[in-house]
Design a protein. Structure first.
Length: 256
């Protein structure tokens, strides 16, 4: 029997976990696609391809050329372009698409959140007074900080920010999650942080800072998620595994 060919658009913990769950199943042939942003990505449990496809058109050509049966969009909630491309490529090729999107974090009663639609608006929301800010935005999105040089920024990223930003008071921290609440509390206290700049990424791996901020009464300036296309979606890896098994078994591999 021909294996059911799955292409996972990844770059997230969930994509890696899903790939690991599918890896041992001979009925599936799974490949993981990474954009290639991280210099030394974590080891992956299935074969990997790296780099852009060349827009929706390129992705459509890839799906058709490789005979993909199911496209899984397990990219980060803030990776808006690739998700739009995935929806368009699936529409054109009629290859079914399943999105795996972790739910966003919800503001609790004790949380001090200020929400903003963009990183630029979030930096403005830090205000005129000098703050001590933990920045966890990812190194591609730091440019708006330069227009607000009056804060101290502790900038955490997986890969080095190179060249460093032209900022008078910035410190860099290299670290890869998951980050536990106790370690995050220690970091916030040690650096006398009074605001956190974060995206609403969702998921457990980076929630520690949000929980720690709540306990310490620290403000979180939270960037809201960009809109994503409306497509069949699951919220967890377990749901994705079940949905994929169902689709593969029922042979609904075209035109869903
Ligand atoms: P994006 O703005 O949505 O995508 C920009 C371009 O990068 C896409 O048009 C595509 O190029 C290429 N691309 C993105 N994801 C890809 C993938 N999985 N495989 C192959 N090509 C991909 O994405 P982004 O925000 O730069 O994020 C890039 C990657 O980092 C994604 O895989 C995402 O899951 C991961 N990530 C992003 C964030 C974040 O906050 N944005 C956080 C953690 C991880 P072509 O048009 O040439 O195909």
């Amino acid at each position: 029997m021909m294996a059911y060919k799955i292409l996972i658009l990844g770059g997230t913990t969930e994509a890696r976990e899903l790939a690991a769950r599918l890896a041992g199943e001979p009925r599936y042939e799974t490949k993981l696609s990474l954009a290639g942003r991280t210099a030394r990505p974590a080891g992956q449990p299935v074969p990997v391809r790296v780099g852009g496809f060349g827009g929706a058109e390129g992705l459509a050509a890839h799906l058709a050329g490789k005979g993909i049966d199911l496209l899984v969009d397990a990219t980060h909630p803030f990776a808006a372009r690739i998700s739009a491309n995935a929806a368009e490529a699936a529409r054109v090729t009629k290859v079914p698409l399943l999105a795996l999107r972790r739910p966003g974090w919800e503001r609790g009663k004790l949380d001090r959140w200020t929400e903003a639609d963009t990183v630029a608006a979030a930096v403005v929301a830090l205000g005129e007074r000098t703050r001590r800010v933990l920045v966890t935005l990812g190194r591609q999105e730091l440019a708006p900080l330069r227009a607000h040089p009056h804060h101290f920024y502790l900038i955490r990223s997986v890969d080095p920010v190179d060249p460093p930003l032209d900022l008078p008071d910035a410190q860099y921290l290299l670290a890869r999650g998951p980050f536990g609440e106790d370690d995050e509390r220690r970091l916030l206290i040690d650096h006398r942080i009074d605001a956190i700049l974060s995206k609403n990424s969702g998921g457990a791996a980076t929630y520690g800072k949000i929980a720690a901020a709540r306990g310490l009464g620290i403000e979180v300036v939270m960037v809201r998620r960009p809109p994503k296309p409306v497509v069949p979606t699951v919220g967890t890896v377990d749901e994705a595994v079940a949905e994929i098994a169902h689709r593969a078994a029922s042979g609904k591999n075209r035109g869903v």
